[in-house]
Design a protein around this ligand. Structure first.
Ligand code: ATP
Ligand code: MG
Length: 412
């Protein structure tokens, strides 16, 4: 992508009205733009990051036999009345139509997916099933001052599973979803701590995935031996770790990047979602739900992977792999290298602007692509390209024929 033709403008000055680190860096780097508190434009550069995050999530969901679907944002009021959440969920956005009807803007989708399953599931032979979507969610959050960490409009992957009995639900939850979540966070470059949290009405615990960051809104306690964590809301000082029995805990701040629940029959009962068992009796379907906040993940990545100059994107989610900078005397060679990179299928942002080296270097640091490649009169003379990893202090000269090997190294 040529920077002269890209819908991108970085900024030297921090936004005045948002104190959160992720909002500052992502706005200055030209990834997002604030529209109102808790609502952001994902500009082309930021959308590439979000899409990469969501594609990793999508791949791991597909790998556990979940099928992707897409549900609406506008929900009938009756569905929310049926579960008691029209009045029971304080963050529910309600919309009144000019024709008199009322709707909810989806903060989560149990109220839609459960009735949808009624026409799909009738016999024990139809079970188990799992569907997910990656969607924009709406919540009327009282405090939306943490950039992408807490949006009023935000992105979430939500997976729902349907089972004939508790053992099957348990199997899917522990044996499929938990390992899939581990893989997702690992691929995203995040160390997410499995955290016991309150389970709601029907199970002892739900499990959160928490990433330690200073600006995290949750307080968690991490077992000093096995790293199982507990959310503060259920924590008792001196409690034994459910995993290893130890009683030493470290208190820390973290951000919840995922939350999985065994819903049991909470929503299936509300919508009378039943199946005919092998013995001919009618039984209630059991459900699990599994959320993962993809836009919050992007905020958490920004909180974790930056220095005083800007972002350092992990390779798997970097918007481009290479930032190619054309400096004086290197214009023609840079143009050729840009074409070669495109041909090789390497994602490249090409700074072809008429700007000073200082401006280009500062923007490259701010945007934080894994590799910076500089082509100038000097490098052309020596038949080389100056390459610097964003994570390293020193640049090195790589001969033009070794350049692609160097860039492809560690490619995953
Ligand atoms: P929180 O406790 O942070 O308000 P929650 O427990 O209400 O979140 P869930 O209903 O469990 O959120 O939603 C699933 C996931 O969606 C969360 O783990 C989180 O990653 C993400 N998420 C929830 N609320 C927001 C929000 N306002 N902005 C961005 N992401 C969010
Ligand atoms: Mg939660």
């Amino acid at each position: 992508m040529r920077q002269t033709r890209y819908f991108l403008k970085t900024s030297k000055t921090a936004p005045s009205d948002d104190v959160s680190v992720n909002a500052r860096i992502l706005e200055q780097g030209g990834f997002v733009q604030k529209v109102l508190a808790g609502v952001y434009d994902f500009l082309p550069l930021g959308l590439r990051v979000l899409s990469k995050i969501e594609n990793i999530v999508r791949e791991e969901m597909n790998a556990i036999n979940a099928a992707e679907m897409f549900m609406p944002v506008l929900h009938p009021k009756e569905n929310w009345l049926a579960t008691g959440r029209w009045t029971g969920l304080d963050v529910l956005f309600k919309v009144k139509s000019q024709h008199g009807s009322e709707y909810a803007l989806g903060p989560t989708h149990e109220e839609i997916v459960t009735p949808a399953a009624q026409s799909i599931i009738s016999s024990y032979k139809d079970l188990p099933l799992a569907v997910y979507q990656i969607q924009t969610k709406f919540r009327d959050e009282p405090r939306a001052k943490s950039g992408l960490l807490r949006g009023r409009e935000f992105r979430m992957k939500d997976l729902y599973s349907f089972h004939a009995d508790a053992a099957d639900l348990e199997n899917y939850y522990n044996g499929q979803v938990m390992p899939a979540y581990e893989k997702i966070y690992q691929r995203l470059g995040l160390d997410a701590l499995l955290t016991e949290a309150s389970g709601g009405t029907f199970s002892k615990y739900s499990h959160e995935y928490q990433v330690e960051i200073e600006s995290g809104e949750d307080t968690i306690y991490v077992c000093s031996k096995c790293r199982l964590a507990k959310n503060k809301e259920i924590f008792e000082a001196g409690a034994e770790c459910t995993n290893c029995g130890k009683t030493e805990w470290r208190e820390t701040r973290a951000s919840e990047v995922g939350n999985i629940f065994k819903l049991q029959d909470k929503y299936s009962s509300a919508f009378n979602l039943q199946y005919t068992a092998a013995d001919g009796t009618k039984k209630t379907v059991l459900m699990g739900c599994y959320g993962l906040g993809t836009s919050r993940v992007m905020g958490v990545l920004a909180e974790k992977f930056h220095d005083d100059k800007g972002m350092l994107w992990p390779e798997n989610v970097a918007p481009f792999r290479v930032h190619l900078l054309a400096l004086k005397g290197g214009e023609a060679a840079a143009e050729q290298l840009y074409q070669d990179l495109l041909k090789a299928g390497i994602e490249v942002l090409y700074d072809d602007r008429d700007a000073s080296p200082g401006v280009k270097f500062a923007d490259a640091d701010l945007i934080g692509l894994p590799y910076r490649a500089v082509v100038s009169g000097k490098t052309v003379e020596s038949g080389s390209i100056e390459v610097k990893k964003r994570s390293e202090a020193e640049a090195r000269l790589v001969s033009a024929d070794k350049f692609f090997d160097y860039i492809n190294k560690n490619q995953n």
